[in-house]
Write a protein that binds this ligand. Structure first.
Ligand code: NIG
Ligand code: FE
Length: 412
């Protein structure tokens, strides 16, 4: 039995509960002053404030002095494409000469370029490379993340990517939730025939993924020149029937009905939503779908920013994530995402904290275990080089995570 005590916490700030927080509740955080937390065998067993120490504080194995700084739950990155071969820095000059994201994809580059490099990589290569990303993410304060497939686009390579997710979850301290994104692009073998590719994904891949428990969620890139509304719907209906949670890359570049579909089909989240229209917003509000907003992607693509304030007004739970991938967002820094959420989405610091903790945790099915600091939840937390959340939203470009604790163990 190992016990860890974190004492002298200046402000312990956390959302409360295991459910998604929408509307006014998005901005409701509990703030305890001069607090302490006791973690036993990886779980929080006591939280105190006003300088009182937990009853079990004597005889603990490890004591950490937070030095009167801010402590929050470990961050949750609810949307990443972190398993991939190669990089795509060669796209920078193309972009500077005016090529758009979809121009590059239509010319056989972009995602398809990463598919070629990912197919060449072995499972062990990918486990090694992605482990280093996980180390870096944890250094920024992330203790749980999601990871999508989608750079294999054939049976063997998609299953290889999902096996990487599984191994990382088992071997690395990070909790990794696996999402199947077989319909991420139309592979060369099915060029011009998205319907046939979706048929194959539904008949061969989805049942295998379910049977071998390789992913919790199924996702699709619903976009102009990629998968249309009908193809996305067919795929998601099959996934739902098999028992997957549902996600959609929707309204990233063109609004072709992805967010509307997300609400209609009861998706856990719709992601991107840069160009979402009122119909999509109303559908998501009705369907109880979380908006997984990705501001660093807007920043990197030079696009507009998702209407997060309108989403909060409509009672849609807002989460913000990195979208770390080699094309549209080559950054895994969730602190930068928090800065952008505040400055570009106009979200208040309390709303931002909810958007990087409990809301993404619920959107990846982990709200009962992580995302808040409460008795019974995992001892995942960050001690920040900051006195309050305002400082975290304000300073950008530096890493303010001083100490990162995962299940009571010091990671950083
Ligand atoms: O979420 N847009 C689709 N998928 C990723 C980008 C993948 C890539 O460009 O490699 C995204 O932005
Ligand atoms: Fe993405």
């Amino acid at each position: 039995m190992s016990t860890t005590l974190i004492k002298n916490i200046g402000i312990l700030q956390t959302p409360v509960g295991s459910h998604s927080h929408a509307g006014e509740e998005q901005g409701e955080n509990r703030k305890l002053h001069d607090a302490a937390i006791l973690i036993e065998n990886g779980l929080i067993t006591e939280i105190t404030d006003e300088g009182r120490l937990p009853q079990g504080a004597s005889g603990v194995d490890v004591t950490i002095d937070a030095d009167y700084r801010l402590v929050t739950p470990g961050l949750v990155d609810g949307h990443t494409h972190m398993v991939f071969g190669g990089y795509r820095q060669h796209e920078i000059p193309m972009k500077l000469k005016g090529a758009t994201y979809l121009d590059i994809l239509r010319a056989g580059g972009g995602i398809l370029d990463t598919v070629r490099k990912t197919r060449e990589a072995t499972e062990e290569d990918l486990v090694y490379k992605t482990s280093r990303f996980l180390d870096e993410m944890m250094g920024f304060g992330v203790t749980t993340c999601e990871s999508k497939s989608g750079y294999g686009l054939d049976f063997d390579n998609e299953m290889k990517m999902l096996a990487v997710n599984k191994k990382l979850d088992e071997r690395h301290p990070m909790d990794v939730v696996s999402t199947f994104l077989g319909p991420h692009a139309i592979p060369d073998e099915y060029k011009g025939d998205g319907d046939a590719y979706i048929d194959m994904v539904c008949e061969k891949m989805l049942p295998y993924v379910k049977e071998h428990d390789l992913a919790d969620y199924a996702d699709v890139f619903t976009e102009d020149s990629v998968f249309n509304y009908d193809q996305s719907r067919r795929y998601l209906e099959k996934a739902k029937e098999l028992g997957f949670g549902l996600k959609i890359h929707a309204d990233e570049i063109e609004a072709i009905g992805g967010s509307r579909l997300a609400g209609e089909i009861g998706a856990a989240s719709a992601e991107h939503l840069i160009v979402i229209n009122e119909e999509g917003l109303q559908s998501m509000a009705k369907g109880g779908t979380t908006a997984m907003c990705l501001p660093a992607t807007s920043f990197y693509l030079g696009a507009t920013f998702a209407p997060a304030r309108r989403m909060i007004e409509l009672g849609i739970p807002v989460a913000t994530a990195s979208d770390f991938n080699p094309g549209s967002c080559p950054s895994l820094n969730l602190q930068f995402v928090m800065n952008l959420a505040c400055i570009r989405y106009r979200m208040l610091p309390e709303e931002v904290l909810t958007a990087v903790t409990i809301n993404p945790a619920c959107a990846i099915g982990r709200g009962d275990r992580v995302g808040t600091l409460e008795v019974g939840k995992q001892g995942d937390l960050v001690i920040w080089n900051a006195p309050d959340m305002e400082m975290l939203c304000y300073r950008f470009g530096s890493n303010l995570a001083a100490k990162v604790i995962k299940k009571g163990n010091i990671i950083k």
